[in-house]
Design a protein around this ligand. Structure first.
Ligand code: ATP
Length: 632
């Protein structure tokens, strides 16, 4: 569809209707802050707003919309929704990035315009080892003493976390002179200098990249003006998790400009305080961006009984939070959702009984394993290990998603898998369509003639690929060569240019290597289509930490181990842990289950488990009428 629909004639696509407050946001010409609970349709609202702006020409060609999320799968989910709702042509002006990818893109393109002291080398490397927890070690062990203004005794007195969250990356980078400044600030300047390494290859983490991106915009009016001219609209998803690095970047880029910013979030799902999520971020945004705040009241995701239980948790987190209303219609006599708190005598009984229940639920509710999700507070491979074995006995596959979730959301994986699916089957229309769209996008051509010409080449490539895969390679190096051929068919340079995360550094090579490793282990034991299903997790119950479940939804959610040991930070971070509990509960559409096992191994030793520290969570459930039930 072209961008020629009249605003007054535009109607939401793919959902029956939007509540009036949501429709106001879709149409809005001013900065807006949307505060709404789980399942209120915040992400959907952004997708609808993108369609409205593109289809009505409110975002006129060639201007674009920039959407920024925190997780790769959230960014992908949003761009998929827009593509599905208004077609690839218009959606090509909808750019959905994670914050990290957006910042890295700026540094990769314009990093050489930075002043000497903050200019990274073009081939900089991402270093994940520099964290706030390791900051003291970096100051004391890695910083060279030669040429330093800090004695070892002074360095040893610097508090690493304060240093990291303060002058190192907690505030805008300063180009001021350092003489006479406190040691903590001089240490920050020295660690920056050490990481950027002069002529040697620079190393940075994403916090540093975020800070450099902000500095680029602050120091270069032309780059800033070009960015603002390119993006007429900006969307900020999961806004409650915004850190000072992200916020400063957004402020420098778009505050006080004609670019219209829409931020959506839920203060009750704020679980990233450890990663720097700012207090009072909604109020700051309202002031800084002169925005209007609006609330959404419906919950489109969860059944009425679950929305009722959620309201008790919501009230415990924020007594002023407006009560959400369930939008789901349940016919008379049908179950309207259930929430269970189950107590087991030990973890073996828990695994056995849960496996039986899951089997029963899958059958009775006609679910696919992907409709069920198993959550843990931490270490999912440990908490779910026995349950996985019991599920397997019942012929139900499951897998821990954490390590694969990001890889599977990578465009490189997505398009390689599409191509391999075509090689595996004569009937994979979705994969065919996805690749034709990609080729059109990469080559900037559309229309029937292009498709006919492309189709011939493409069909031949698939036939050749199929021949090569008669015997599946199990050597990762051979698979990497195969991946090179596939990417070469798309056009390696074009592919890297389209997906900016691959344009610089070794991320492309690393992703290719990871895909090859994952495929190799599966090719050794499975047929091609089964290997691809296994990689994508088709037919397997996903298991993940509650943090990784943000933004996702499942028919049935089972949280294993609502216990003191699993939530050991509860006393210190009660608000944040309660928000985490709320996130877990609110992922469920129809059923939420929380388990407690009286005995469970903490690491390798079986220990008696308690629920004293986290009793406030059990109290909330009890207040909602959910009493713990003992199971065999
Ligand atoms: N107006 C609507 N009508 C019907 N269904 C809707 C509507 N808006 C959203 N939904 C559906 O409700 C579910 C939740 O929507 P969405 O993921 O956008 O909510 P959210 O507010 O971003 O949730 P959360 O903050 O909990 O991640 C999705 O399945 C979505 O398709």
């Amino acid at each position: 569809m072209r961008g020629n629909v009249r605003p007054s004639e535009w109607t939401p696509i793919g959902v029956p209707s939007l509540e009036p407050a949501a429709l106001d946001v879709v149409h809005s010409r001013q900065n807006m802050l949307v505060v709404a609970g789980p399942g209120a349709g915040k992400t959907e609202l952004l997708a609808q707003r993108a369609c409205f702006l593109l289809q009505t020409g409110r975002c006129p060609f060639p201007r674009r919309i920039l959407a920024i999320s925190f997780k790769r799968d959230a960014a992908r989910n949003l761009s998929d929704r827009v593509k599905l709702r208004c077609g690839s042509d218009l959606a090509s002006r909808f750019h959905s990035y994670t914050f990290d990818a957006f910042a890295k893109n700026l540094v990769d393109r314009f990093g050489q315009a930075l002043p000497d002291q903050f200019r990274p080398t073009r081939d900089y490397k991402i270093n994940f080892e520099l964290t706030k927890w390791a900051a003291s070690d970096w100051i004391n062990q890695s910083l060279p003493t030669q040429g330093s203004t800090l004695s070892p005794a002074v360095r040893a007195r610097i508090n690493g976390i304060q240093f990291y969250e303060g002058p190192f990356v907690g505030q805008r980078l300063s180009l001021d002179r350092l003489e006479g400044r406190p040691p903590i600030e001089r240490a920050a300047a020295e660690l920056w200098r050490y990481m950027l390494k002069g002529d040697l290859r620079s190393e940075m983490n994403f916090h540093m990249i975020g800070r450099l991106a902000e500095l680029i915009l602050r120091r270069n009016p032309k780059i800033l003006a070009a960015l603002r001219a390119a993006y007429a609209y900006v969307f900020l998803d999961e806004f409650q998790d915004t850190s000072s690095i992200h916020y400063d970047l957004a402020v420098t880029a778009f505050r006080g400009t004609t670019t219209v910013v829409t931020a959506v979030g839920d203060n009750k799902q704020r679980v990233n305080k450890w990663a720097g999520a700012l207090d009072g971020i909604f109020d700051r945004f309202e002031q800084d961006f002169a925005s209007k705040r609006t609330h959404l009241l419906f919950n489109y995701r969860s059944a009425p009984e679950l929305v009722r239980v959620q309201s008790f948790v919501a009230a415990a987190i924020d007594p002023n939070a407006p009560a959400a209303q369930a939008a789901m219609y349940i016919a008379d006599g049908k179950p309207d959702g259930e929430c269970l708190s189950l107590i087991f005598t030990n973890y073996e009984v828990e695994a056995r009984e849960l496996a039986k229940m899951i089997k029963r639920w899958i059958k009775q509710d006609a679910l696919s394993p992907r409709d069920v999700c198993i959550l843990t507070r931490q270490r999912p491979e440990h908490y779910a290990k026995l349950l996985q074995a019991e599920l397997l006995k019942a012929n139900i596959n499951s897998r821990v998603e954490n390590s694969l979730q990001d890889l599977v959301a990578e465009p490189l994986t997505i398009y390689v898998v599409h191509m391999l699916r075509l090689a595996a089957s004569n009937h994979a229309p979705q994969s065919w369509g996805a690749i034709v769209d990609l080729l059109a996008q990469l080559q900037g051509e559309l229309g029937e003639r292009f498709e006919r010409r492309m189709s011939r080449k493409f069909s031949q490539f698939v036939v050749d690929l199929r021949t090569k895969l008669v015997n599946l390679p199990t050597d990762p190096c051979m698979i990497e060569t195969l991946l090179d051929e596939i990417i070469g068919f798309f056009g390696t340079d074009e592919f890297k240019a389209e997906f900016q995360q691959y344009a610089q550094g070794d991320f492309f090579a690393k992703t290719r290597r990871d895909i090859a490793q994952e495929l190799a282990s599966r090719f050794a034991r499975l047929r091609l289509s089964d290997a691809l299903d296994d990689l994508e997790g088709v037919g397997a119950i996903p298991i993940m930490t509650m943090h990784k479940s943000k933004g996702l939804e499942y028919h049935t959610v089972i949280f294993i181990g609502l216990e003191d040991a699993a939530l050991k930070g509860f006393n210190a971070e009660r608000d944040e842990e309660t928000c985490g509990f709320f996130v877990a509960l609110s992922r469920a559409k129809m059923r939420a289950v929380f388990t407690f096992s009286e005995r469970r191994p903490t690491y390798n030793v079986v220990q008696i488990q308690k629920r004293e520290a986290i009793n406030p969570l059990y109290d909330i459930l009890k207040a909602a009428g959910i009493e713990p039930q003992h199971v065999a």
